[in-house]
Design a protein around this ligand. Structure first.
Ligand SMILES: C[S@@+](CC[C@H](N)C(=O)[O-])C[C@H]1O[C@@H](n2cnc3c(N)ncnc32)[C@H](O)[C@@H]1O
Length: 391
């Protein structure tokens, strides 16, 4: 996956390596045998060097790092320390007790000097390690926090390739993350619109929505809600049925259907008439109860406009686009067949299914019309209709 995360200068300023000090000392200790010593070191530490090389993105950088480091420290007064320290150590080894016995107070002051310089080196190293650690943490933070919008060139290159769905999905997530905390997370020099525009393109490509639909959805919902909605659209809807309260009660319907081998449950707390069908041994659209109009097969989302309309008994209601009658029959049930419903439908052919459903469900308060709802709204209004439903 092509990552859009910005890369910090990670290969530079790595924490100093432990071996650095050894190289320094060895190099200074026996300058005349430098090649030999370095070869030895190189053999002796090959694994360590490989590791360091990996960390530093290449052997070259490792050797650069060491050389720079050596010269940097040599320029200060650490080189004499290395010489002194190692020289003293060699002397001690070579001459056994001789050197200590002969040195006296000179030897004591040398030792103090060495200790001080050694401490100074340790302190410098600790400082460097702390700095390197801080920088590394900063790099990691930048890498996880900062998302960069693709450039025009990157988008053009993307268009030449088949869609990389994993990359698109990741980018959608990142854009939503930035938009939900825009002030802190936005890329410098970008606007909210830049992110929204890219989000629209990516949502269109990933979910296969056209530009119009994405624009409407993006304008309608805050991004986090929009993502929840789109994710919900992707999930298969359960089969739902609505109890026709003109003919039966939900409990009685559930009992009779379970006896026929229909596995079902109440839809949700928000509906008193809905049932979810998990599984059925009989065709749910052809049971005797269905044919007798005890229920209507209807998605739960279609309950909502009617519940929002909240039709009351004896009201006059227009359903402007009514076929095949799912909502009209629900309105009729809520009105207990009282008042008047105008069930309008532009398509003559679809009037059949509308009237069939009205009959099946025992609806008696409805007048079916065949108009273009766009031009007949005023007519219904003049008939005293105070509620209309056109979904
Ligand atoms: C999605 S269906 C309606 C479903 C229906 N409300 C239900 O709950 O069963 C849309 C209906 O609107 C009708 N329609 C479309 N344009 C119309 C118009 N201008 N006037 C009246 N009906 C229209 C279509 O023929 C179609 O039958």
């Amino acid at each position: 996956m092509a990552s859009n995360k910005s890369k910090g200068a990670k290969s530079k300023n790595q924490p100093p390596k432990k071996k650095q000090r050894n190289d320094l000392f060895i190099d200074k200790k026996r300058p005349t045998k430098k090649g030999e010593v370095l070869d030895d070191v190189s053999d002796g530490h090959s694994e360590e060097e490989e590791e360091a090389g990996d960390l530093l993105d290449g052997d070259e950088q490792m050797s650069d790092f060491d050389d720079d480091d050596v010269s940097e420290i040599s320029d200060e007064d650490d080189a004499p320390l290395a010489d002194d320290f190692l020289q003293g150590s060699d002397d001690n080894e070579d001459s056994g007790s001789g050197s200590t016995s002969g040195s006296g107070s000179d030897s004591d002051s040398d030792e103090t000097d060495i200790e001080e310089k050694s401490r100074a080196i340790d302190e410098q190293r600790a400082r460097e390690e702390k700095d390197a650690q801080a920088e590394m943490e900063l790099n990691i933070k930048e890498e996880s926090d900062e998302f960069r919008l693709p450039t025009k060139e990157e988008l053009e290159a993307e268009q030449q390739r088949p869609p990389d769905l994993a990359n698109l999905q990741m980018r959608i997530k990142e854009i939503v993350r930035v938009l939900s905390n825009f002030k802190d997370m936005r890329q410098e020099g970008t606007t909210r619109k830049d992110y929204i525009d890219q989000l629209k393109i990516d949502l269109g490509s990933y979910y296969g929505y056209n530009e119009f639909l994405i624009r409407v959805l993006v304008d309608m919902f805050p991004v986090v809600e929009l993502m929840e909605l789109i994710e919900a659209f992707e999930k298969p809807r359960p089969t739902c049925i609505r109890t026709n309260t003109l003919r039966t009660r939900r409990r009685d319907l559930a009992d009779v259907l379970s006896k026929r081998g229909v596995e079902l449950d109440q839809l949700s707390k928000w509906s008193k008439v809905g049932l979810v069908v998990y599984n059925s041994h009989v065709p749910i659209g052809a049971t005797p109860e269905y044919l007798a109009g005890f229920y209507y097969i209807q998605s739960a989302s279609s309950f909502l406009p009617v519940m929002a309309l909240a039709p009351q008994e004896k009201e006059r209601v227009v359903d402007m686009a009514a076929a095949p009658g799912g909502k009209t029959t629900y309105v009729a049930a809520l009105m207990k067949n009282s008042g008047i419903i105008y069930a309008n439908e532009i398509s003559e052919a679809r009037l059949k299914s509308l009237t069939a459903n009205l009959h099946r469900m025992g609806v008696t308060n409805t007048i079916v019309c065949n108009y273009d709802g766009r031009v007949t709204y005023c007519k219904f209004a003049s008939h005293g209709c105070n509620k209309h439903n056109s979904l």
